[in-house]
Design a protein around this ligand. Structure first.
Ligand code: RIB
Length: 298
């Protein structure tokens, strides 16, 4: 079984600010850094650091080659990355406030320029039982899903960042749906989820809508819930001092999927994913903050 992440690569420009800038306001930042990110690249990094056999397929510009070097150093295969002469690498303008919370603006760059031919090349050699991991920062998601399903691949979908185009995808055919409260509400047409009972109601409603899908609802420091094999599982989060929440969801996803596909079982998979995500939020940055598997054992 192999993982293929077909997703975004971004150059993250992170502005550390006292508070996230408000409408009409101008503020100074306390520090600016440039680092590797993008939900696809982060999730590939998390899978690689967890010990999975993973390739990242993506489209970047020449300005993002250094990110591929970083991913290779983690053990991810990047031979399916397409370097476009026409586009720059995607960018993320990130504000991180004093509590470690963020807000992000994306410039899609090469991430938004996938063609049908790119997708055919990227999926070649994959088949029955392999897992394709998708987020919503690249174009042509419907075509990618249809090609992957045609090959008998399992799909893991992280519907992030959420927009209405996701509602027309065949989510009922997805094996793993990993999402947060905001994304769950958008899919279910609800206002918000507030407490444990409502989390249970939300995940049960998602299960009714997508009965063949393993659904994981993440709640940051409050842990995560999973509807698996007709049962709801809950795993508490780990409490840490928060430095930066950017990339925590990507870390969770990589560790959860690797653990499930290695047969660890849902209870341990949720716990490992929560632990890895808690280590990630205790450090600055996105991809660089993701821990290696041996750091979870310390
Ligand atoms: O999930 C975190 C990521 O979202 C960042 O690295 C940024 O690039 C955006 O894609």
């Amino acid at each position: 079984m192999k993982f293929l992440v077909l997703g975004s690569v971004n150059i993250d420009e992170t502005y550390r600010v006292e508070h996230i800038v408000k409408e009409g306001e101008t503020i100074s930042c306390k520090g600016l850094s440039r680092s590797a990110g993008g939900k696809g690249a982060n999730q590939a990094a998390a899978l690689a650091k967890a010990g999975a056999d993973v390739s990242l397929a993506c489209k970047i510009g020449n300005d993002g080659l250094w990110i591929l070097d970083i991913l290779s150093s983690y053990g991810a295969d990047v031979s399916r990355a397409v370097v476009s002469e026409r586009a720059g690498t995607g960018k993320a303008i990130i504000q991180v406030d004093e509590r470690g919370e963020n807000s992000i603006i994306i410039v899609s760059g090469g991430n938004g320029l996938l063609t049908g031919a790119d997708i055919d090349d990227m999926l070649s050699g994959y088949g029955e039982g392999d897992v394709i991991v998708l987020q919503n920062e690249v174009n042509k998601l419907a075509a990618i899903m249809s090609a992957a399903l045609g090959k008998g691949m399992k799909i893991a979908l992280n519907p992030s960042p959420f927009d209405d185009s996701l509602l027309s995808l065949p989510i009922e055919k997805v094996r793993y749906l990993i999402l947060n409260e905001v994304e769950a509400c958008s899919i279910m047409g609800e206002e918000k989820i507030s407490d444990d009972v409502e989390y249970r109601a939300a995940i049960t409603a998602l299960h009714r809508k997508f009965p063949d899908t393993v659904i994981v609802l993440t709640a940051g420091a409050d842990g995560a819930m999973c509807f698996y094999d007709n049962q709801v599982y809950y795993s508490a989060g780990y409490s840490v001092e928060v430095a930066d929440t950017t990339g925590a969801g990507d870390t969770f996803l990589g560790y959860f999927l690797h653990s499930m596909e290695s047969g660890l079982g849902v209870v341990k998979a949720l716990d490992k994913a929560n632990k890895a995500a808690s280590l990630a939020v205790s450090r600055r940055g996105a991809m660089e903050s993701i821990p290696f598997m041996d750091e979870l054992l310390l």
